[in-house]
Design a protein around this ligand. Sequence first.
Ligand SMILES: *Cc1c(COP(=O)(O)O)cnc(C)c1O
Length: 416
Amino acid sequence: MSYEIEKFDPEIFDAIESELTRQNNHLEMIASENFTQPAVMEAMGSVFTNKYAEGYPNKRYYGGCEYADKVEQLAIDRLCELFDCKFANVQPHSGSQANGAVYAALLKPYDKILGMDLSHGGHLTHGSKPSFSGKNYQSFTYGVELDGRINYDKVMEIAKIVQPKIIVCGASAYAREIDFKKFREIADEVGAILFADVAHIAGLVVANEHMSPFPYADVVTTTTHKTLAGPRGGAIMTNDEDIAKKINSAIFPGLQGGPLVHVIAAKAVGFKHNLSPEWKEYAKQVKANAAKLAEVLVSRGYDVVSGGTDNHLVLVSFLNKEFSGKDADAALGNAGITVNKNTVPGETRSPFVTSGIRIGSPALTSRGMGVAEFEKIANWISDILDDINNTELQAKIKDEVKELASNFIIYDKPIY
Ligand SMILES: *Cc1c(COP(=O)(O)O)cnc(C)c1O
């Protein structure tokens, strides 16, 4: 197989090939990452990249949109079917863009946002100061208890004091089920809009492996590339027609220009995968694999935040250790196991160092790994952490990692 890009731009082609090798040889355990289907990548590489389609299906500002209309409508219909909701916007270029559109649609500058603290597992776009969400709005936070869980009574107390216009629920580093019904009660008590950001857990939600944000949330956003395993992008959903209209205007012409029709086509292909019977099996396996990871780490004496997991990720705390999350991240990286450092409840170190790591199961589950492989990997992780300065051990495990990875090759070429 030869590619145009190989002849035209060998520097970039080289980097693409090297990235394929990296993805094949390493164990990708960053909780927000996944491997998408070749069919999704084919749609992303399609001729739709050439098309301007400002507006929405059957309401475009450009001619020649009949096929763009078709793919966008299919993406919308499939996403509504997946979430059992009435309205969807599939144009957000990313999860952050989707969240920006929700605020732009429903808030005025300086309105109050109540979201989960970034250092407790929330996302930058939930009101964090360096993000537009913390700059353009007055943001307040709730967090987790030292046991790693949200205390809903406390969130209620904070909400009563803050009187937010919008409450954001959903997280990037929270291992327990989010109770959207309880958040609805809190929102109702203070007259707030409830906004659920399911970016991390969407793939579980659509398989009924996590409580759905519907019918509780007024508006829901997601990314399409995390547990959903689709192309990189975002989406917004609601059952409220008035909110849907405001969201559509906030995305275009509010925040974005032309939609990425090739990515929308890829989102539709991804959603078809999510609607298939095997998706349910995948989501169950993602949870079983994360549960095995937590079980082994606990049995090896590691402090798993909240004692385990209900979803696709495990947060490990090193508050009682000499080494930091940064040290652990680097040591595991030396062995070809990719995780990320993460703050933990009761954090004492800086966000650049941290006292924890976040480990996820979605990507390796997409490669076909099951609990037997996760048990092996969890023991490697424990071996490395037990003797964190032992670079010889890291090198030895790196070879074993490569051997395991070679039995679960997901792509046989760099470009589809
Ligand atoms: C990843 C994530 C986002 C942002 O997604 P991007 O596509 O990276 O902009 C938003 N919210 C949550 C909870 C996330 O985990």
